[in-house]
Design a protein around this ligand. Structure first.
Ligand code: ATP
Ligand code: MG
Length: 187
């Protein structure tokens, strides 16, 4: 299964990923933040409704894989957590402008690892690179500043989603297919 092959005429094949989705106010703030940084006119900003944090990218999968992934997700027992968005950076090779935490909170890492583990039972091969928690705010960006702190924003995470990516000529559109709650931390 190719993760990046977008061309398929088979209707049962879908491009899926697991993600965290920010509340709309936070997405709007982040969109504006990217606009302030990209005043030089470079970069293609991600529209607020598309801003997200990817947990696991499944790529193109068939209906039985999706079914397996949904059952696997239902077995996750991870806890709610706060994600602090504290810094902005730019991966110069890809031109991606992003925001993220100074340190990946352990419950986020645990959620990603649990997902990878249960999805392995569906034949999923997890990303080999270390997990880099980030929300992409723009592409083809060439901001003058490298990584720098931003005014911290706290994002309370209490659920995760299975998302379908629809590819259009003018960019991707995302559809949240299903959501699962995270457990409240033990008192
Ligand atoms: P586009 O590809 O049209 O520019 P996109 O990258 O936002 O848009 P998708 O390619 O469908 O949309 O990817 C959905 C999410 O999964 C994005 O957050 C993307 O960064 C991530 N992703 C895509 N490909 C991979 C991959 N091979 N490994 C890990 N994450 C990926
Ligand atoms: Mg992509």
């Amino acid at each position: 299964m190719s993760r990046d092959d977008k061309s398929s005429s088979k209707p049962e094949i879908q491009r899926l990923f697991f993600a965290l989705w920010p509340p709309v106010e936070l997405s709007r703030e982040l969109y504006q933040l990217a606009g302030n940084v990209l005043r030089d006119g470079t970069g293609r900003r991600v529209v607020p409704e598309n801003i997200h944090l990817t947990l696991a990218f499944l790529g193109l999968v068939n209906a039985s894989f999706r079914e397996c992934a949904e059952q696997a997700a239902a077995a996750i027992r991870a806890t709610c957590f706060t994600l602090m968005l504290e810094k902005m950076g730019n991966w110069s090779k890809s031109g991606i402008l992003w925001v993220g935490p100074n340190q990946t909170p352990p419950p986020l890492l645990q959620l990603v690892q649990e997902l990878n583990a249960v999805l392995a039972g569906c034949g999923y091969e997890a990303e080999q690179r270390p997990y880099a928690a980030h929300l992409t705010l723009a592409r083809q960006a060439r901001p003058r500043q490298a990584i720098h702190p931003i005014e911290p924003r706290a994002w309370e995470i209490n659920r995760f989603h299975l998302v379908r990516s629809h590819t259009h000529a003018d960019g991707a559109r995302y559809e949240i297919l299903r959501s699962w709650p995270l457990n409240s931390p033990a008192a």
